[in-house]
Design a protein. Sequence first.
Length: 226
Amino acid sequence: MSTDRQGGANSRTPKPAPNRLDRRKARTRAALVAAAQLILAEQGRADVSIQEITEAADVGFGSFYNHFTSKDELFEAAVARTLEQHGTLLDSAVGDLKDPAEIFAASVRLTGRLQRTHPQIARILVRTGMPYLTSDSGLAPLAMRDLQAAADNGRLDIDDARTAVAMAGGALLGVLHLLEARPDLDAERVTDQLAVRLLRMFGMTRAEAQEIATRPLPAISARDLT
């Protein structure tokens, strides 16, 4: 414990509670980010006018520049928010699992199911593309953590966790794209097949991979988003 010059214990000064203006600013910024997420998910593009964005957010045009210097900055915040939401969903779902191989497989299976359970997040992940695989948020850092843990305890045969994430993430993005293009496909079956193949690619036997990839999954829902 650190002390001040008089020997007393330092204490952190509590942050003042946000006032009405702060809360209004936070709501406006959140509305702009949510509008940008919706535009990315539904239109797959960021070349829209600021007027379109503020109308979608139901905020005044002039309020845009109180929060963002450009549309690029807003859409970067929208992608970052989506990755944060994805990471929150996965962490809340797999937090009670112990086996890192199962945690990895469950994360893959749950992410594939986003196309049906949380389509906006899934669509933005597909449109984010390859940069998603090296992001500091979302599945990439969680997968790297779990793959490294699985390698350390001998559950999976992995030489380099970063490379393994790129291999697994590329396959997962492909499956997300497929499920978006083919809504008639069974997302659960396709995603579970992917998890089996990835586990086998990392050295697991067919029988064990099949068993792990068909275990009951924790539920995820909109209320898990923060």
